[in-house]
Structures are given as structure tokens and as C-alpha cells.
Design a protein. Sequence first.
Length: 216
Amino acid sequence: MRDWTRPPAKPIRYRWYDRLLDARNGRRDGKAGLRGETGWLRALRELTTEQVNAEQVAGERDLAELTDRRNTAASPVEALRDRLVRLEQELAEADKEPDLAGPLRLADGRHPPEFAQNRRRNVHLARREHVERRYYEAQRTLGEAVQLVSMIDREIERLEEVVRLRADMVRAHGSRRIACYWQHFAREHQDHAKKAGETPPRDPDLPWDDEGGPAS
């Protein structure tokens, strides 16, 4: 099963040794009285950005593969539609009453007039059945092609949503680590009361934060 068709991944586990590192560095930087964005905060943001970018690169690779599949699936659709239109015209022509008074064959002279009329009628019916079979076959082929394109379109939509969800989960995990770091940083800081009342550091950025939404 492809990545983009699997159920959404579970939230990223906050491993005990990562939590220990964040807490330890928070206490260390708090005791040192550091101000502004500390080295550990910057490292957490950069790590989160790298992980989000990795998710996007993987998503773009899969999206390119799906887009190629869609282009291949969609390439015959217009030709199939044109063929169906032509067959509709042929079928409409075949639905007309046959010309039973056409020129006679040499062998027709040995038979009653009804013989030639029946022959022309049978030829007309056989031709109509042939056109009808071709028409319904073309209709079926077009329907399958359109259905395949629609299915790939839905896969593309699911993939784009999966990439967004995974990026959100990566950022949420980064935010948890920053919050843990900040809690211990503020607790140990010499300006503890001031730090405790400050707004915690903002969440790590995602690539599309400055663009108003996920990149498509």
C-alpha cells in the first residue's frame, strides 16, 4: 500500500531521552540567565524545519509520480470523446429507415420483390448492430478512462492532505519539545517570576506560514 493511501500516521512519540535533553538544557540555560532565543531553542526550530522539509520533499516526489500517472491516464480521454461523438452520428444515421427501393442485384431478378427488400432490411439491421456494439464499447472505454483519472485525482487530494497532516504533526512535536524546554528554563531562570509570566516561544514555522496556507 502506498504512503498516501495509508491511514494517517500516529502522533510522533516524545521519547524519554529527548524529553530529558530538553529539560536538562532548559535548566542549564535558565540557571545561566540566558535571554532571547537560546541555542537549544534555535536547534529545536531548525530540527523541526528539517523534518517538515523532508516530509515535503517526499510528498513532492510522490505527487510528481501521481501527476505523471494522471497525465498518462488522461491522454486518451479527448480522442475517446471524439470517437464517441462520431459513433453517435453513425448510430443516428443507422437508426433511419433503410432504403428498400435501391438498385437490384443480378440475382434479385430470380426472386420476388420481397426478397430484395428483406435482404436490404437485414443488411441495414446488421450494420446498425455493428455500429451499436462499437458505440457501447467506446462508451465503456471512455467511462473507464474518466473513472481512472477521477480516482487518481482523489489520490492526489489525499496525498496533499497527508503531507499537510504530517507537517502539522512534526510541528506539534517540535512545539511540545519547546514547551518542555521553556518550562524548565523559566523555572530555573533568575527572573523566574518574569519568565513564568511571559508568553512561551512561538511554534516552529512551517514552509507555508508566510503564504497564508499550505503550498499546493
